[in-house]
Design a binder for this molecule. Structure first.
Ligand code: KG4
Ligand code: ZN
Length: 363
């Protein structure tokens, strides 16, 4: 299966077998194009994708030592994402599918992140998770806890999501505030590893235990206020301590709520996915909590946590195996097809288990 991913600021292509073995995995990051603006500029993203999509596709086939004639199908991220960026990948995929008469399936990017736990890299074989499991999806655009009953979008139930900023968004905004450039996550991760999280006291985001919803904007404001009152960190050690305190607040919230979800759903398998799952502090804290409680934790390698096309190829292969084919009518959408119960700014629209609302598709 050839996978193509262009939903945000990575142009990626990969060839993956339906059992999860990754034959090639090429990622062209646009970080340098967007860095001067402190965030992603959609129009720049589309243009970079246009420039990069062909060489990235050629490289993915070459590294797998395959040609188009060897493929069984094409998977492409069809939602959610930046509309113009999604179109570039979709049109490339449609062109190839048409020219080679191959089946083509659109993949939901969030479902793709959950599928990263099934990828088998030669240097990192992983025992794949068995459904049902709890997934913590933490990316730049989304943060949610899901009960995953199967790998079809309709089998994935949101238990709670963020009411405001996604975890990655909080990392990026605080990174910008501290002058660490874009994206802030990896930089804060590095600095935090040398900081003392107890020297600066920050608020605990949405810590009331029962709720599986998240809210990180208060924590971000808390960091902004600290900088306002104390000035930008005076020396490197203070910067490291502030990063460590901020990261610890995020990590403890993500871990605590995941454990509540596992307990509430009576499940013992826990999967992490999304760019923030590359965070060393989160990986270590999740591993420690899981081993204390006999929970099986499945965490993809960092490269598979952040945006890539291998996860899209694997998710698409499952659709293809189920006999699905979107054909040349494939369309893109900025919205996820996964269930959504948490409303931004307001919280849940119903009980935590009510996840079949068709309204999720309309927002
Ligand atoms: O999943 P992803 O690559 O793209 C989206 O689908 O959003 O996630 C990108 C996000 C960014 O906000 C980035 O700062 C964050 O993941 N991120 C990290 C780390 N690596 C990437 N956050 C914390 N620690 C990291 N090591
Ligand atoms: Zn992503």
């Amino acid at each position: 299966m050839l996978g193509i991913e262009t939903s945000c600021d990575e142009t990626a292509a990969a060839v993956v077998r339906s059992d999860g073995h990754v034959l090639s995995d090429v990622i062209e990051s646009q970080v340098e194009s967007h860095a001067p603006y402190g965030g992603i500029v959609p129009e720049l993203a589309s243009r970079d994708h246009l420039r990069n999509v062909r060489p990235v596709l050629v490289a993915a086939l070459a590294r797998a030592s395959l040609t188009l004639a060897d493929l069984d199908g094409i998977a492409v991220t069809a939602r959610p994402g930046l509309a113009g960026a999604l179109h570039v990948g979709a049109q490339a995929a449609l062109g190839l599918a048409f020219a080679r008469d191959l089946p083509i399936v659109g993949v939901d990017h969030l479902l793709g992140h959950l599928c990263a736990a099934y990828l088998q890299y030669p240097e990192h074989p992983l025992r794949p998770p068995e459904v049902p499991f709890i997934a913590l999806l933490v990316s730049g655009g989304h943060t949610a806890l899901y009960r995953v009953n199967g790998l079809r979008a309709s089998q994935i139930q949101e238990l709670g999501a963020t009411r405001d900023d996604a975890a990655g968004e909080a990392f990026d905004k605080v990174g910008k505030l501290l002058g660490l450039g874009y994206p802030g996550g990896p930089a804060i991760d590095r600095l935090a590893s040398e900081g003392d999280p107890t020297r600066i006291e920050l608020t605990r985001p949405m810590s009331h235990k029962a709720s599986l919803e998240f809210s990180f904007s208060g924590l971000k404001t808390n960091v902004a206020r600290f900088v306002e009152q104390n000035g930008a960190p005076q020396d490197n050690q203070q910067l490291r301590d502030l990063c460590a305190a901020f990261q610890q607040r995020i990590v403890e919230t993500l871990v605590r709520k995941s454990l509540v979800a596992l307990e509430r759903e009576h499940l013992t398998t826990w999967v992490l996915g999304g760019g923030v799952a590359a965070n060393a502090g989160l990986r270590a804290a999740a591993a420690a909590s899981a081993s204390e409680r006999n929970i099986r934790l499945v965490v993809p390698i960092p490269r598979a946590c952040t945006d890539n096309a291998a996860m899209i190829a694997f998710a698409g292969a499952q659709r293809l195996l189920a006999g699905e084919n979107d054909g040349l009518t494939l369309e893109v959408s900025p919205h996820t097809e996964l269930s959504r119960v948490t409303r931004k700014g307001r919280g849940q629209r119903g009980a935590t288990t009510a996840s079949t609302s068709p309204l999720g598709k309309l927002r």
